[in-house]
Design a protein around this ligand. Structure first.
Ligand SMILES: Cc1cc2nc3c(=O)[nH]c(=O)nc-3n(C[C@H](O)[C@H](O)[C@H](O)COP(=O)(O)OP(=O)(O)OC[C@H]3O[C@@H](n4cnc5c(N)ncnc54)[C@H](O)[C@@H]3O)c2cc1C
Length: 399
């Protein structure tokens, strides 16, 4: 088949690699004039790395990544540890692959580079897909320039504000969650004794939490700080906020968090909106993938990883079904229960990290601390359903 992919982000490029590996011709239509990503980090759990290894890009993705020692839950103000879940020495044995922290730009470089080596003309930059038309045998993507490109299948991997989704099911109705996310990346060399630990750490506090981790072989510190905020903000990677506000939001917090906020060249501010699972991901020969069909809150660090899983499954099913409609139906049936469960899990974590009064803090973090002390396997077990899911082997019904 000739597959058109709208969007050359993490999901679109992974889909292109997976489809190309199965012998399909792919054309990625990316609106930007270069393959690029925002300057921020991404946690790639073993279920995502399984896909990269199966596509032969694992080593490229790992090259500049960082392998965190553990996942931790810490108090935002004092910095003391509530829970530690070892990752570095455990991930491959328990979940089959590494758990990595990557810089988004490095990941796009790795995926784009591999695709360029295998199919040099696959990516077309500066191509914004405005709409599509289709008949029984083909589908045509219409660019905003008026150009038309025809193929057998159109994959909408065009992210949270997807034009393909809007044409399929109408305008999106996101709910503001009342949270904004600060994000910053700072060289570790600028943080002195307040560099964040070599772990994926969630720092909890009253109506706010922060996540810190290392990128680029440990040389960069990544921060996401989520704060409850009544006033609505925009959902955009490029929106910024004022340093005084960020420092006010994390007043009295650990110097690890405050030093990153003080040293960051830019502080971005992304408003967190929530959405329910869509009724359908398919319209004839058009199909959605990644944030275009299941955008989720970042509290399980699984949005990009779900797009990566989607890409592999879609390529497998369109290659093993002779009928496109059957293949897309099977794709939606396999993926929707899994992504809806992850979406719901991420939503639950939003409140877990923001306990405000002492009793609810004790009721929430007390049992977590006890489990970490006396039942370490319990902590790992909490993540098994997410990280052990391997879409590159057998399809897993019910997950
Ligand atoms: C604060 C924060 C932290 C996060 N942390 C993690 C994490 O640690 N781990 C994780 O797995 N996920 C994380 N996520 C989620 C993750 O960022 C997204 O789920 C992921 O980027 C989705 O990938 P995608 O390819 O579906 O969409 P995108 O990354 O949005 O890519 C879409 C692409 O389509 C292009 N495009 C858009 N419209 C058009 C058009 N009309 N025509 C052509 N091209 C178009 C865009 O330019 C872009 O390149 C986080 C999200 C947030 C907000």
């Amino acid at each position: 088949m000739h597959v058109l992919i709208s969007g050359g982000g993490i999901g679109g490029l992974t889909a292109a690699l997976a489809l190309q590996k199965r012998g399909h011709q792919v054309t990625v239509l990316e609106q930007s004039h270069q393959l690029n990503e925002v300057g921020a980090g991404l946690q790639i759990s073993p279920n995502g790395m399984q896909v990269f290894e199966a596509l032969g890009v694992g080593a490229r993705v790992e090259k500049d990544a960082f392998r965190p020692r553990a996942q931790e839950l810490r108090w935002g103000k004092g910095g003391g540890r509530i829970l530690t879940v070892p990752l570095r020495d455990v991930a491959r044995d328990r979940w089959g692959c590494e758990y990595l922290h990557v810089h988004r730009a490095d990941l796009i470089d790795a995926l784009g580079g591999a695709l360029r080596d295998r199919a040099p003309d696959a990516v077309r930059l500066g191509c914004s897909v405005a709409s599509f038309t289709q008949d029984e045998t083909s589908i045509t993507a219409m660019l905003d320039t008026g150009e038309r490109i025809t193929g057998d299948l159109l994959v909408g991997a065009d992210g949270i504000h997807s034009a393909i989704r809007t044409q399929m099911i109408g305008p999106d109705r996101p709910r503001y969650t009342g949270n904004v996310a600060w994000r910053a990346v700072v060289p570790v060399s600028e943080l002195g004794q307040h560099a964040p630990p070599e772990t994926a750490s969630v720092w909890v506090g009253s109506r706010r939490h922060a996540v810190t981790y290392r990128l680029r072989r440990g040389s960069l510190a990544n921060l996401v700080g989520v704060v409850e905020c009544k006033e609505r903000h925009i959902e955009s990677w490029s929106a910024t906020g004022a340093r005084e506000q960020a420092l006010k939001d994390f007043k009295g917090w650990s110097p690890v968090i405050r030093t990153i906020l003080e040293k960051a060249e830019t502080l971005n501010r992304w408003a967190l909106y929530d959405r329910d699972p869509l009724e359908t991901w398919v319209d004839g020969r058009a199909v959605l993938l990644g944030d275009a069909c299941h955008p989720m809150l970042p509290f399980l660090a699984q949005g990009a990883v779900m797009a990566i899983e989607d890409a592999f499954v879609l390529a497998r099913l369109v290659s093993t079904h002779s009928d496109v409609a059957e293949a897309l139906k099977a794709y939606e049936a396999e993926r929707k229960p899994r992504t809806s469960r992850v979406q719901a899990g991420a939503r639950r974590n939003a409140t877990l990290f923001h306990r405000a009064d002492p009793i609810s803090k004790m009721m929430t973090y007390g049992p977590i601390w006890l489990a970490g002390q006396f039942m370490p396997a319990f902590a790992h077990g909490q993540y098994d359903w997410i990280y052990s899911h391997d879409v590159t082997t057998v399809p897993q019904a019910g997950n």
